[in-house]
Each structure stands twice: as structure tokens, then as C-alpha cells.
Design a protein around this ligand. Structure first.
Ligand code: PLP
Length: 341
């Protein structure tokens, strides 16, 4: 038995998905002539109640283009200190947009309206960088898969409007949030200027993300996608996978959440675990008791053919996904129980 819990990006496309990809009608998407991409862009835009969508090869590129369309060099954006855009996008915020970050210490990667209020630089004080953008993450990645409450998002969105701040949602795992909080995509569309979503995580696609926004913002976005080298040709084969995933894989996310919850409950009882962050979706982050070494813990699990990753600062992460099957789950639970550590 071999188990890979390093990320929900490790799942492979199913036979059904490969079939859907292989029969896709395609064209050159740089000329906007790929019917499958065009269809997917319309479909996801409608789903979220936005005017337009733009297909991307990665969530990183989609987020980075969003930041670029909302800002000018020298601006500052506000985000949680755990944000993917800040930690895991290669410094792209400064590299691509010349923008700095005001980091907020949130709760599992979630920030509040009051924290944003305190972090805004006074607009007429020309010594400080102009605050122009707020970027939220839902679900949070480094925050442990936590979801925002819709009421909190409404108040943040309203606050941003009043203060002339653009607001972006890194919704790489918004699908998990929809399932976990029993909300609809359309409820998020009205709250954000742009939303980036990924098909390559829990939905099980090999590649693909999408940026959603107004016609005007997406028109700007197409140019920046081109600048970054993200204009693709017969990308309908990839869009077909996303289309298939939405129709067939979305509801299965609940299985990933259930398994993650079971792991949380188990870990909380194990003698070597100090603390498990509350689990609400498919990400489990926990820390070991102070005298225990995380490198040896991860190696010991690897010897048992279970792959997990270290997040630094004594934290370990496991992510459940559609290729983490019931028998593998049982094996992982048994291994964790019997681990001599
Ligand atoms: C995975 C992820 C992204 C995008 O990552 P890519 O690997 O570039 O597709 C963006 N934000 C969050 C929170 C993520 O987890």
C-alpha cells in the first residue's frame, strides 16, 4: 500500500475524464476560437454571477494577473500572513506588479473587517504606499483548510467598496468551501471584484484555473496573461477536463472532508501529537509534542509508504483527495495508531 497525502494536486485524471478530454472540440484559444474553453469560461462565469472568465494554466498565474489588474507599481495590498499569494507564488506580487504586502495575523488564514480597517494606509498621507487591494483566501491553504463565514465576507466586501479598495478572492479551493458551508458559488460572485478558482486540486483535473470578473477586468487580464506566457492554443482538451470535473467530481469532495475529519479525531488522541488545527475541509495541519523531531516523523511515515509534508515551525500537513481511497485511509489510520514514535 502506498499513500500520498502531500497535496490534493497529486490525483490523476480518471478514465472518464481522459475520455471527455480526448473527444473535446478544440481550436486556437489565443484567437478565442476554442469552443470548449469558451464554453467553460461562460459556464463558470455564470455559476459565480460574473460577466467573464479567463482560463489559466495555473492558479498562481490567475492570482498574479488579478493582482496586476487591480494595482499600480508602488501600491500595497492587504492579506493574511499565511496567504498563498505571499508565500507560495515565488515573490510574484513584487516581481510582476511591484506591489508590497501588508500582512495580517489572522485566524487560520482568515482576516476580519476590523483588521483590514487598521491596516489601510491613510489615503492622503503620501509617505506611505497607497492601499488599493484586499486579497482573501477561501478555503485557506496554510491556514488548514478553514472557510470564511459568508456574513463576514459580506461585511468585508461592503467595507472595501466604501473605502475604494478592490477585493480579490483566491478561491483555489472554493469548491471545498461551497461543500463545507453549504453555500452557492453565486453568493461569492457579488462580493468580489475578481475570483480565482482551481480545477487541479480536489476536482481532480491535471491542469487548469480560472479568473472571474467584469468584462473590463478580464479584458485587461487577457493582456497580462499573454505577457506572462499563459496564452495557450488547443487548451480545450484541458477545459474539457474541468467541465467533466464540475459535472462529475464536485459532490465527491464531501468524501475527502469526511476522511480529513476522521484523521483529525484520531490525531487528537495520539500521544505524539501536540495540537491539530480544527479541520473543516480536506486539509489537516498538526504539530508534534515539543521534544519530537518532525524530520524523523516524516521519514518514519515515508518508511511506511505514507507521504506527508512539513510546513516548517514543527507543523505537518496532510491533504485528502479523490485518489486517497477507503483502503488507503484505513491503512493510514492503522499506521498512525501503531506508530512507535
Ligand atoms: C494551489 C493554490 C493556488 C494555485 O496554485 P497553482 O499550483 O499555481 O495552481 C493558489 N492559491 C491557493 C490557496 C492554493 O492552494
Amino acid at each position: 500500500m502506498k499513500v500520498n497525502l502531500i497535496s490534493d494536486t497529486v490525483s490523476l485524471p480518471s478514465t472518464g475524464m481522459i475520455n471527455a478530454m480526448s473527444i473535446a472540440k478544440v481550436g486556437d484559444d489565443v484567437f478565442k476560437e476554442d469552443p470548449t474553453v469558451n464554453h467553460l469560461e461562460d459556464k463558470i462565469a455564470k455559476l459565480f454571477g460574473k460577466e467573464s472568465g479567463l482560463f489559466f494554466p495555473s492558479g498562481t498565474m490567475s492570482n498574479q494577473v488579478a493582482i496586476k489588474v487591480h494595482t499600480n507599481p508602488g501600491d500595497q495590498l492587504i492579506c493574511d500572513e499565511f496567504s498563498h499569494i505571499y508565500h507560495y507564488e515565488g515573490g510574484g506580487i513584487s516581481f510582476n506588479s511591484g506591489v508590497s504586502c501588508r500582512l495580517i495575523k489572522g485566524n487560520q488564514g482568515r482576516i476580519t473587517k476590523d483588521q483590514i480597517n487598521e491596516a489601510i494606509n491613510p489615503p492622503d498621507f503620501y509617505h506611505s504606499p497607497p492601499t488599493t487591494l484586499v486579497s482573501l483566501e477561501n478555503t485557506t491553504n496554510k491556514g488548514g483548510g478553514a472557510c470564511y463565514n459568508l456574513i463576514e465576507l459580506e461585511s468585508i466586501s461592503e467595507f472595501c467598496k466604501q473605502n475604494n479598495l478592490s477585493i480579490h478572492l483566491d478561491g483555489a479551493r472554493i469548491w471545498n468551501a461551497l461543500i463545507a458551508t453549504n453555500t452557492e458559488a453565486i453568493e461569492y460572485g457579488i462580493l468580489f471584484d475578481t475570483i480565482s478558482v482551481c480545477f487541479s486540486k480536489g476536482l481532480g483535473c491535471p491542469v487548469g484555473s480560472m479568473l472571474l470578473g467584469s468584462k473590463e477586468l478580464i479584458k485587461k487580464g487577457i493582456r497580462y496573461r499573454k505577457v506572462l506566457g499563459g496564452g495557450m492554443r488547443q487548451s480545450g482538451y484541458l477545459a474539457a477536463a474541468a467541465n467533466f470535473a464540475l459535472d462529475n467530481n464536485f459532490d465527491d469532495l464531501v468524501n475527502d472532508h469526511n476522511k480529513a475529519k476522521e484523521l483529525e479525531v484520531l490525531l487528537n488522541k495520539l500521544p505524539y501529537v501536540l495540537k491539530v488545527q480544527p479541520v473543516s475541509t480536506n486539509i489537516i495541519i498538526f504539530s508534534l509534542k515539543p521534544n519530537l523531531n518532525e524530520d524523523s516523523f516524516v521519514s518514519l511515515l515515508a518508511k511506511n509508504k505514507i507521504a506527508v509534508i512539513k510546513l516548517g515551525k514543527g507543523k505537518i500537513r496532510m491533504v485528502t483527495h479523490r485518489d486517497y481511497k477507503n483502503d488507503q485511509h484505513q491503512y493510514t489510520m492503522d499506521t498512525l495508531i501503531n506508530l512507535k514514535f
